[in-house]
Design a protein around this ligand. Structure first.
Ligand SMILES: *[C@@H]1O[C@H](CO)[C@@H](O)[C@H](O)[C@H]1NC(C)=O
Ligand SMILES: *[C@@H]1O[C@H](CO)[C@@H](O)[C@H](O)[C@H]1NC(C)=O
Ligand SMILES: *[C@@H]1O[C@H](CO)[C@@H](O)[C@H](O)[C@H]1NC(C)=O
Ligand SMILES: *[C@@H]1O[C@H](CO)[C@@H](O)[C@H](O)[C@H]1NC(C)=O
Length: 367
């Protein structure tokens, strides 16, 4: 025998969902909206029944927390690159020889939507907590190496930093460090070309192991030595396939990935380290000034956007927007028109850390 409440629920469902189902069927372009409506009504029904069923109340509150975190992630993760710069001459310490030092101060935009996201530069203690026990891989060209330096200088003290600099900057080689006190392993992988990144992904796949945080970026070497945006496009497309096929969050994984069928598998946090703005007149060889011109730069940049590697364009990697950071810091922030001051990569690292914070909250909320 059904009780009055159950019959009531059944009737409510028929009344609500049958017409909505039909509407949804006809209006399939608006499927998201339909499911949004259905979810809202499920919640409304659920809230009214909450006093009768304790288990419904658990369900409702867990759904609510997921929805809330999704909203925060959607809006704030897209704003995490919104950094503004204040680059101005340092009054007191300008040198006698006519050159002027500049202060390069940055912060997240406090206008508009980014204001509500509470982005913040993390102190040493917070960075250590956040990265405790993680394996981090940063792979790419010299931009990636500069990023590693900025990340490590947030974790290690000055004395230890001074000790590692020689090894970190050994030309064209990998670097590896374990920070014992927080059980963190960091690898820098020298990967000047996108194909090198793809082989690294294949290595993870073969070893059936991958880092918690993976930062990749390459393009400048290709621009100088291959100088062919279509070829870069092919390379990015291959990289994208290898990333997508490796990871547990991908639907393609079910076919050939190392781990299947487990929702509890951790997904690594994936980032793309963007290309800096090149200031042509400042590049330090004639070959660079000729081949790495604005036109070529734009061709490479649009190939990256079209590759669907970046999350903003439906891909798996969140952009660390070196392009906008270097553009806004400006010509005062580079001596060779290609490698920028520490402040630019420091900002990129704080963007990375804030994105990790948002994503880990999201995980807490939905688990
Ligand atoms: C790192 O995590 C371990 C275990 O979770 C904890 O014992 C340790 O205190 C943490 N260290 C830091 C520096 O947070
Ligand atoms: C990167 O790829 C290029 C082109 O295939 C290759 O010649 C080079 O040895 C690779 N470098 C590294 C560090 O793997
Ligand atoms: C895979 O494992 C081998 C052997 O342990 C190691 O040398 C190699 O660096 C690993 N590859 C990656 C991409 O982690
Ligand atoms: C550029 O790369 C594409 C794709 O690899 C290739 O088909 C084309 O021939 C290359 N163009 C030149 C001028 O080398």
């Amino acid at each position: 025998m059904l009780g009055g409440i159950q019959i009531g629920v059944l009737a409510a469902c028929v009344v609500l969902f049958v017409p909505m189902g039909m509407a949804g069927y006809h209006l399939s372009r608006n499927r998201m909206l339909f499911f949004g409506g259905a979810l809202f009504i499920t919640l409304a029904v659920g809230v009214h029944l909450t006093p009768y069923f304790p288990s419904v109340s658990d369900f409702v509150s867990s759904v609510k927390s997921v929805v809330v975190y999704d909203n925060r992630e959607d809006s704030c993760i897209n704003l995490v690159n919104e950094v503004v710069w204040d680059v101005k001459p340092r009054i007191i310490s300008s040198k006698g020889d006519g050159t002027v030092d500049y202060d390069k101060i940055w912060d997240w935009s406090r206008n508009g939507k980014a204001k509500g996201c509470d982005f913040a530069k993390l102190g040493r203690g917070d960075v250590k907590d956040l990265l405790n026990g993680s394996w981090i891989v940063v792979a790419g060209d010299s931009q990636a190496r500069l990023t590693v330096q900025s990340l490590l200088s947030l974790i290690l003290d000055e004395k230890r930093m001074a000790m590692i600099m020689g090894d970190l900057y050994k030309k064209h080689s990998d670097y590896e460090i374990v920070v014992d006190e927080i059980g963190m392993k960091l690898d820098f992988v020298w990967a000047p070309y996108v194909v090198n990144l793809t082989s690294m992904m294949m290595g993870f796949k073969k070893n059936k192991t991958y880092p918690d945080v993976l930062v990749m970026g390459a393009g400048l070497w290709h621009m100088l030595h291959v100088n062919n945006a279509s070829d870069y496009d092919v390379a990015l497309e291959n990289l994208r396939s290898s990333v997508v096929s490796l990871l547990p969050f991908s639907s393609e994984l079910d076919m050939d990935g190392p781990v299947t069928g487990s929702v509890s598998v951790r997904s690594p946090h994936l980032f793309w380290l963007g290309m800096p703005i090149l200031i042509n007149g400042m590049l330090n060889t004639e070959e660079k000034r000729e081949k790495m011109n604005d036109e070529m730069w734009h061709a490479y940049d649009s190939v990256l956007h079209n590759s669907r590697l970046l999350r903003r364009y439906g891909g798996p990697l969140l952009l660390l927007d070196i392009q906008s950071l270097s553009w806004n810091c400006g010509p005062r922030c580079t001596v060779d028109g290609m490698h920028y001051d520490g402040a630019v990569y420091e900002a990129a690292v704080h963007i990375l850390l804030n994105a990790l914070l948002i994503e880990s909250h999201q995980k807490l909320g939905s688990s």
